[in-house]
Write a protein that binds this ligand. Structure first.
Ligand SMILES: [Fe+2]
Length: 179
């Protein structure tokens, strides 16, 4: 899927132009950051370009609010139905630094009981970038950790911290290899 097709797919599920714009602008900001990281980390740049545009396609069903946590799986459902299981996994796994089955059970979260954790490097990059992009503004990785500590809890903050370190070390490793 190319960039234009990804935008068209996003538009197909938007209830109106206004909401489409909000999600598209956020997704483009995530895309910009994610692509720059993907290049540095030697990841699949073309995949990251498309996947970042579609990671929040479930937002149209579950906008920020009490059921916000469901927007990942809602996006996954859409993307799987459209025939893109790899993109579906990005949407399902992009929240924070992932959600564990254990947390779903303990906190009685309204999600099917399984792990939703970014596994591939591309999935990790998109989660990382999404954590740093608040609306359209780019924050620091420390800001993201602090935000999750306050809003969700210590465990989520620790996992985010670990993801931040993993992305940074990946960038450094590739930097050294290029020298
Ligand atoms: Fe999201």
């Amino acid at each position: 899927m190319n960039k234009k097709e990804a935008v068209n797919l996003l538009r197909k599920y938007a209830p109106n132009k206004h909401v489409f714009r909000i999600v598209l602008d956020h997704s483009k900001a995530v895309q910009k950051l994610a692509v720059s990281i993907a290049k540095k980390a030697n990841a699949d740049v073309e995949f990251v370009k498309t996947a970042s545009l579609l990671h929040d396609i479930g937002r149209f069903r579950f906008p920020p609010g009490p059921e916000s946590i469901k927007h990942g799986i809602a996006g996954g459902k859409i993307l799987r139905k459209e025939g893109f299981p790899e993109l579906a996994r990005v949407a399902e796994r992009h929240l924070g630094a992932g959600i564990l089955k254990k947390e779903i059970i303990e906190k009685k979260l309204p999600l099917p009981k399984k792990d939703y954790v970014p596994r591939t490097i591309e999935e990790k990059i998109i989660s990382y970038a999404d954590n740093l992009v608040y609306g359209k503004t780019i924050k620091t990785s420390e800001w993201a950790v602090k935000r999750f500590r306050n809003e969700i809890g210590r465990e989520c903050a620790q996992r985010t911290q670990k993801l931040n370190e993993e992305i940074k070390s990946l960038i450094n490793k590739n930097k050294k290899q290029r020298k």
